[in-house]
Design a protein around this ligand. Structure first.
Ligand code: NAD
Ligand code: SER
Length: 315
């Protein structure tokens, strides 16, 4: 049982909303301090602090005020928004990582830093992309994730900071909406199906990408953070796989539940981002080192997404 107080930075986002609740269910509401740029009504009940992660002084104040022992640093600008505002994305993504790692060094914090499949670029093998191999991302988001991974490893080796990281695939959730990524279509498509609307996809029908249901992503995160330190052998970031599918395949799966559902394709600038990423991921290191195994595939995720969203819209 973890008795340390936990700070979540970027808690209002797609992952933070669900992870905050999961951590509070596990450790108690008052043990988990949510933070973001501003409070929003969708946050689960519990302690909340306003924090811009670029403000190192305020971060230190919150750490001292609550006696924080662990930080989940989720704040970032994702791939699509990052390509629209590259300098801003770099400043937030890198400035945030540095402030968190510096606070971790000063206050001996354990840190979770999410990386991404965006760490890989066009020179990586696209099928079963291995843990080690060329990265060379072509998006500002990907560059910031690779740099964040390497700085995490540096702080671990140089200062002994216990920093742990996962290269998340595209995350799919019913509880929260994604915030500006290239995999966002795979959430939006379920909403449109349940609302009985047609869906226009911004990626082409055959674009295969690695994806994961939120339950699996949260379980992976908690189990990595809970693993004994000696089992966490990679201090850059672990490859993590759930499933891989194309827009045509997710549409066909939804049509098993909603046969009248129609999808058309109008690829935009996000197509080039997707084309530079892996199609599927080899996560053997995560499986071997700390026992990772996903539970959801496309069929089980689709059944759950549709039924949860149907309930949500009925309310
Ligand atoms: P999101 O965009 O939904 O949420 C990010 C949150 O960070 C937002 O609530 C935003 O208000 C906050 N934020 C932005 N700038 C901030 C700042 N300066 N200070 C404090 N907070 C700030 O993102 P998400 O999907 O929840 O992703 C969380 C993390 O996981 C990110 O690091 C992202 O790169 C990573 N990730 C996400 C996915 C995915 O599919 N969702 C996949 C791979 C990696
Ligand atoms: N889902 C994220 C994005 O599309 C991947 O990191 O940006």
């Amino acid at each position: 049982m973890n008795n340390e107080k936990i700070l979540i930075i970027g808690a209002n986002g797609q992952i933070g909303t669900v992870l905050t609740q999961a951590l509070r269910d596990l450790y108690g509401q008052d043990q988990v301090i949510a933070s973001d740029l501003a409070a929003v009504p969708t946050m689960p009940a519990g302690p909340f602090e306003t924090l811009d992660v670029l403000n190192a002084v305020r971060l230190g104040e919150i750490v001292r005020q609550y006696g924080i022992g662990q930080v989940y640093h989720l704040a970032a600008i994702l791939s699509a928004k990052g390509e629209q505002h590259p300098k801003w994305a770099w400043e937030i993504n890198m400035g945030g990582v540095f402030n968190v790692l510096e606070a971790a060094r000063e206050y001996r914090l354990k840190v979770f830093f999410p990386s991404s499949i965006a760490s890989f670029g066009p020179f990586a093998e696209r099928q079963n992309t291995p843990q080690h191999g060329p990265l060379e991302p072509t998006t500002v988001y990907g560059i910031s994730k690779v740099a964040g991974e390497l700085w995490s490893q540096y702080y671990h080796l140089r200062y002994g900071v216990d920093v742990r990281s996962l290269r998340y695939p595209g995350i799919i959730s019913y509880q929260s909406m994604p915030g500006g990524g290239t995999t966002d279509y795979a959430v939006d498509i379920y909403h449109k199906a349940v609302l009985k609307e047609d869906f226009t996809c911004f990626l082409s029908a055959g674009t295969r990408l690695p994806m994961m249901y939120m339950d699996d992503a949260v379980r992976a995160t908690l189990s990595l953070m809970d693993a004994p330190a000696e089992k966490v052998k990679l201090r850059t970031s672990y490859n993590l796989a759930g499933m891989s599918f194309t827009p045509a395949e997710i549409a066909a799966e939804i049509q098993k539940h909603y046969p009248e559902f129609r999808v058309s394709y109008q690829p935009d600038f996000r197509q080039a981002i997707a084309d530079s990423w892996p199609e599927s991921i080899d996560d053997a290191d995560a499986r071997n080192d700390w026992g990772w195994a996903p539970q959801f595939d496309l069929a089980s995720m689709t059944a759950e997404m549709l039924s949860r969203l149907k309930e949500k819209y009925a309310r």
